[in-house]
Design a protein around this ligand. Structure first.
Ligand code: BG6
Length: 500
């Protein structure tokens, strides 16, 4: 890995992502001494800032220390009309000047944080000025989500961008892959001898992946109403998690070795049975309710949302992976807004013992063994197993064994954007989605999109904001006693006590 000097050019610099995520991530990298010796950030956007007014904007409400001011001095701004090819000359001139002045070596990262309709245009216009050519230094392109809105548009976008940038210059961001706990899936599975022998259809009953949010769509109603939970969370973040949970051990930690294995998972996803989609797909939408004494608006009352909208704010899918490791094991994924708490986790439910020797304690299920990989919050890993209740007889109750990142008091988890930006600077694309994988995930989801757009679309079930989604979501899970796990904010506070 290189950590070469470089210029990060952010398109969409006046947007929210730049201020909330990208600039703070770059600052944290600088504070931790992880940025190259010389680095420059150039914001590009339609707003008519100059370098100083852009820096002021980034400084609003920020800690006023010398270190941050010093960091801001490395940030510049170029106002352009991103849809006009002639304007890219200004970007070329600015980069040439900064590159020379700071002896950067011609290494540029272009970060597309603009509205998606510009994702095809910007690479083309950059190429007019040779800004994609790696003659002097390297050139990389980071593309934010959404990468297409269905299979066809994702393929078109791949094709359009690949005319100007090669696959190894392309970094399709999925910020879930940048989360520390997501990377820990690889270490949990392949750094320990005790889990992998059990990680298959012989011992795993089913796998559950949840990404719950307690907030609604907030100011993003306009975007969200054209997207919905299936496209916003499931097609990308949650299928990427599935790839890591289900993949075969890679031969090495090399980017292609890992991404080849996750691709195989996506290619093995069993196509949905289009005759029975209601048994594999549930859509919900939050309706107004009172949460913790506060009135919460229903989705259709949110700004930017069609009052007749059928967009799902909750989606759950059930599917199988057709390969030797996973054949017949159901995978369940759900994601929703305005649920009781914010939590993302993966639960591996192991099969119960073949013969029940002991009496289960009141209120416990038969299935004692679960491994919970908690992605956020209270990041960690939790193993649940049966323990004898003290006293006469052999009554068994579920007990917890846990590891929590917060116990490592000296460790502060890096934000996903921090990790991903650093990886791109270092030329490591392992935690970015490859084009073939993105297309394979869209291909899998496409029948559900077609169903949504059909004359006989799926029902959309209302659920009160602050509840766990549509009432019948549990019927989805195979097995008499099985239901979704209802997690709490804290990893181990479940069962009798639960803080939301
Ligand atoms: C984004 C979605 O990709 O992920 C948002 O567009 C969602 O709707 C967000 O809120 C969730 O990310 P995180 O990191 O907070 O789980």
């Amino acid at each position: 890995m290189t950590n070469d000097n470089c210029i990060l050019v952010i398109f969409g610099a006046s947007g929210d992502l730049t201020k909330r995520k990208l600039i703070p991530a770059m600052y944290d990298l600088k504070k931790n001494g992880q940025l190259p010796e010389k680095y420059i950030i150039v914001g590009v956007g339609r707003s008519s800032y100059d370098d100083d007014t852009f820096r002021e904007r980034l400084n609003e409400g920020k800690e006023k220390n010398d270190d941050y001011r010093d960091f801001l001095n490395n940030i510049y701004y170029q106002s352009v009309n991103t849809s006009s090819v002639d304007d890219y000359k200004k970007i070329d001139d600015k980069l040439t000047m900064l590159n020379k002045e700071h002896s950067i070596g011609g290494n540029y990262i272009f970060y597309l944080a603009t509205p998606p309709k510009l994702y095809s245009i910007i690479p083309e216009y950059l190429s007019h000025y040779g800004l994609n050519k790696e003659d002097e230094g390297w050139r990389r392109l980071i593309v934010e989500k959404p990468f297409g809105v269905n299979l066809e548009t994702a393929k078109d976008l791949n094709r359009d961008i690949l005319k100007y940038f090669k696959e190894n210059q392309l970094y399709r961001i999925d910020h879930y892959l940048g989360k520390e706990t997501v990377q820990n899936i690889l270490v949990t599975r392949f750094g320990n001898g005790i889990f992998e022998p059990l990680w298959n259809r012989n011992f795993v009953d089913h796998v559950e992946i949840t990404a719950a949010e307690n907030i609604g769509v907030e100011q993003r109603g306009g975007y969200y109403d054209n997207s919905g939970a299936l496209r916003d969370m499931v097609q990308n973040h949650l299928l990427q998690l599935t790839g890591l949970v289900a993949m075969e051990p890679p031969a090495s930690l090399d980017s292609d070795a890992i991404r080849n294995e996750t691709l195989k998972v996506f290619q093995s996803l069993k196509p949905f049975d289009t005759e029975n989609l209601d048994k594999q797909y549930i859509k919900g939408q939050y309706i107004s309710s009172k949460v913790k004494g506060q009135d919460v608006k229903g989705y259709r009352e949110e700004e930017g949302v069609d009052p007749q909208s059928r967009t799902e704010t909750y989606a759950a899918i059930k599917f199988y992976i057709d390969n030797w490791r996973w054949g017949g094991v159901p995978f369940y994924i759900r994601s929703g807004k305005c649920l009781p708490t914010r939590v993302s986790e993966i639960v591996i439910h192991f099969k119960p013992t073949p013969h029940r020797l002991f009496k289960k304690a009141f209120g416990t299920s038969d299935n004692f063994n679960k491994l919970v990989i908690r992605i956020q919050p209270d990041e960690g890993v939790l193993l649940k197993f049966g323990m004898k209740m003290p006293g006469a007889g052999f009554e068994v109750k579920e007990a917890n064994m846990s590891f929590r990142y917060s116990d490592l008091s000296s460790v502060q988890l890096a934000s996903a954007y921090e990790r991903l930006l650093l990886d791109c600077i270092n030329g490591d694309s392992t935690l970015y989605a490859r084009g073939d994988a993105v297309e394979a995930c869209w291909e899998f989801i496409q029948p559900l999109i077609d169903y949504d757009n059909s004359d006989n679309p799926p029902k959309v079930f209302g659920y009160p904001a602050g509840s766990w989604g549509p009432e019948h979501a549990d019927d989805f899970i195979e097995g008499d006693q099985c239901s979704w796990r209802y997690p709490c904010k804290n990893l181990t506070n479940d069962g009798s006590f639960c803080e939301l």
